[in-house]
Design a protein around this ligand. Sequence first.
Ligand code: SF4
Length: 320
Amino acid sequence: MDCNRCDEEAVMHAAYSGAHLCADHFRESVEKRVRRRVRRDDLVPRDASPENPQTWVIGLSGGKDSVVLTKILHDTFAEDPRIELVGLTIHEGIEGYRDKSVDACVDLAADLGIRHELVSYADEFGIEMDDVVEDDPENMAACAYCGVFRRDILERYADDLEADLLLTGHNLDDEAQTALMNFLEGDVAQIAKHFDASLGPLSEREEQDDFVPRAKPLRDVPEKEVALYAHLEDLPAHITECPHASEAYRGEIQQLLYDLEENHPGTRHSILSGYEELAGIAAEEYNDDATSADLQACAECGSMTTREVCRKCSLLESLV
Ligand code: SF4
């Protein structure tokens, strides 16, 4: 089958749009979607200038999503003195898995010539995820510990690096899954928080004084297309799955969405766009009772939390 836009052979078919695209037009379409999202989410503020440059910290795990996001943002802003990109890689201490993806991050940052910071759970907290999984003092899934520690490092380093924005490589499948999970849990306050934390246009979000705003400009691109883009661009992405991956519920939702998408192409797009609209309305409703009012400094580490001692400190306490 030929590309819809030229005579070259198509390398992909998107059932949700009917498009058949060759390699060049496919790459162009992915890049266009990311740039459009950067614009729609108002990620470059009007007062950004060479004298007032913006620091964008990208959570660079070495997986295909963060690698593709970093590459496209680099190509978009390489000549733009208003934006400085910094890759932030976290080593969780997972033998045979993270070492290879750290290598991918180091290679990519060197290829693109962007600043790169590498931090580890071992240096930051004196723990390694392999040992946490072995001890498991709270009888929880590995990802439940890991997510708390990762969030803490991302927020702290974004703050230390004086970031204006913290970007992550969540793709369309990730975000449609999260949207559906939040719907099914019926937690409207969580949906409102999701909008303010990372989804809505920056200009429409409730300002959160103590947190660097987040953004997910890859969220219009399906996971398979991100993988194809990484392959066509020959990017140094690491694709092995973490041996501790354990989000069983998310796996069920993922399968459900695959089936729905197969029979009703476009389902992920419509879930996410409807969810974002509703999340915006929920955020307006909940902003008056905003969570920031309930925040206080953690008695142990001083980070902002709704508890006396933050979740990270109480988990670390249980691990010693
Ligand atoms: Fe951590 Fe879970 Fe991701 Fe593995 S899959 S790196 S344990 S969050």
